[in-house]
Design a protein around this ligand. Structure first.
Ligand code: ARG
Length: 469
């Protein structure tokens, strides 16, 4: 992502905090200490925070209007230089906060040194990180909606397409492919809810907490909070600089989302195999093999499945870094950013990749429907018929159906391939009417309970989901 530190050893004490230091940091100290390689990623948020802080200092009479003006102008230029890629980074300046201030001081001189009045890098970094993550969540939301909408499109097309529903990956009962797609729409709806909750809780401003204890300057934390779009200032200055649960929450939501994506990816891998042949992947999301010319590999699905591992690892990394840290800031907390950046980058690939794959695949309707018939998938319908029509207790009906399945298996036929005489030999009360429930279409159409797989229910669920979207 970013350049590695240069090997140039800087001599002389750090210009920003080196007042009590006689010599410079060793090269390896600079390398381990610096976060500029990754935290430069939130320069915009850092500069936005500085603008809000500067304007507030002026409004409160802590900074003169002239100094404030010079600082704001200088910050514009620093931002433009960074955006243009002409900015020079130097590991001796540690992090983005010090880079911005150092450049500001080159540009405007003495007033730059007044910007850090009544704040610390501790409240600064916590503010930047929250702002950055808030933007990231806001960018993820439409991507998740697009994925839901791709699932809804497929669900709508295939509200009547039969497929086997599985438990234990054994054919269980026929369902529709539309119903199966809608299961993921539900999961993603909850995922979106988790990110929205996280955003709501993180939207408090640490700025003005200063190093940890607040400040003796007459600052206005409400003003900086509202200038930055926060709902309110964080209530406790120690918590404000020490809390990282907002990042943990984001990573936890991302890990759950990634697990959901991974499950769907696994299904696509299965479905695309010659053995299932339920779907055919488009050229856009498959790769060939360098030795086996017949292959069409589901690489994108496999990678979405695998990347869940990375995301779960990043959540784990942050939890373990923060675990056991005493109040308030410790430098350990500098290690909080890379896992979050990596996860944001990963989601920006996996979510649209899944959306793309869903749009690109062909559903092999006949194959799915044929598979829906295999494995005596209407056995439950038969047992239910025995309960409803003959008044058998369900346990007895289950037993009778089991015997009929065994018989069909011996004869090498489906349940509806048994003769009425065969059936009556097992349970005398069975009539010709039983054949109505043995077909897979009837089975699916009969599952009209709320949340069930009947095409009428699936269509209603799609309409409701579209309305919510
Ligand atoms: N680069 C630091 C970080 O990412 C900024 C905060 C530094 N604060 C300090 N007290 N050294 O955490």
């Amino acid at each position: 992502m970013t350049d590695q530190p240069s090997d140039d050893n800087q001599t002389g004490a750090n210009a920003l905090w080196g007042g009590r230091f006689a010599g410079g940091a060793s090269d390896i100290m600079q390398r381990i200490n610096a976060s500029i390689y990754f935290d430069r990623r939130f320069y915009r948020q850092d500069i936005a925070g500085s603008r809000a802080h500067c304007s507030m200092l002026v409004a409160q009479g802590i900074l003169s209007a002239d100094d404030g003006h010079a600082i704001l102008k200088g910050l514009d230029q620093v931002e433009a230089e960074i955006a243009a890629g002409s900015f020079e980074y130097d590991p001796a300046k540690e992090d983005i906060h010090m880079h911005v201030e150092a450049r500001l001081s080159e540009l405007i001189g003495e007033p730059a040194g007044r910007l850090h009045t009544a704040r610390s890098r501790n409240d600064q970094v916590a503010t930047d990180f929250r702002l950055w993550l808030r933007d990231e969540i806001d960018a993820l939301e439409p991507a998740l909606r697009e994925l839901q909408s791709a699932l809804l499109d497929r669900a709508e097309e295939h509200a009547d397409t039969l497929m086997p529903g599985f438990t234990h990956l054994q054919a269980a009962q026929p369902v529709t492919f539309g119903h199966h797609m809608m299961a993921y729409v539900e999961m993603l709806g909850r995922d979106r809810g988790r990110f929205a909750d996280c955003r709501r809780r993180l939207n408090e401003s640490p700025l003005g907490a200063a190093a940890l204890a607040g400040t003796s300057f007459p600052i206005d934390r409400e003003a900086t909070a509202s200038a930055l779009g926060f709902d309110r200032p964080a209530a406790n200055s120690m918590d404000a600089v020490a809390a990282r649960d907002f990042a943990m929450e984001y990573l936890a939501a991302a890990a759950i989302l990634s697990v959901h994506l991974s499950r769907l990816a696994e299904e696509i891998v299965n479905w695309a195999s010659a053995q299932f042949n339920f779907v055919t992947l488009g050229d856009g999301f498959s790769t060939g093999s360098s030795i086996m010319p017949q292959k069409r590999n589901p690489d994108a699905a496999e990678l979405v499945r695998a990347k869940a591992g990375r995301v779960i690892g990043d959540l784990n990394a942050l939890l373990v870094v923060i675990k056991g840290l005493p109040m308030t800031y410790s430098k350990d907390m500098q290690e909080d950013k890379e896992p979050v950046f990596e996860v944001a980058d990963t989601l920006s690939l996996t979510v649209p990749a899944m959306t793309g794959m869903l749009g690109d695949l062909t559903v092999n309707r006949e194959v799915m429907e044929a598979a829906a018939r295999q494995g005596f998938t209407t056995a439950t319908d038969l047992a239910d018929w025995l309960v409803r029509q003959l008044g058998l207790p369900f346990r007895r009906a289950h037993n009778v159906t089991g015997s009929l399945v065994k018989l069909a298996e011996e004869r090498g036929v489906d349940l509806d391939g048994l003769s009425l005489a065969d059936m009556q030999a097992v349970e005398g009360g069975i009539t010709e009417a039983v054949f109505d429930v043995l077909g897979v279409h009837n089975s699916v159409a009969s599952r009209v309970s709320f949340g069930g797989t009947a095409p009428s229910r699936v269509r209603a669920a799609i309409a409701e989901a579209r309305r919510k979207l």
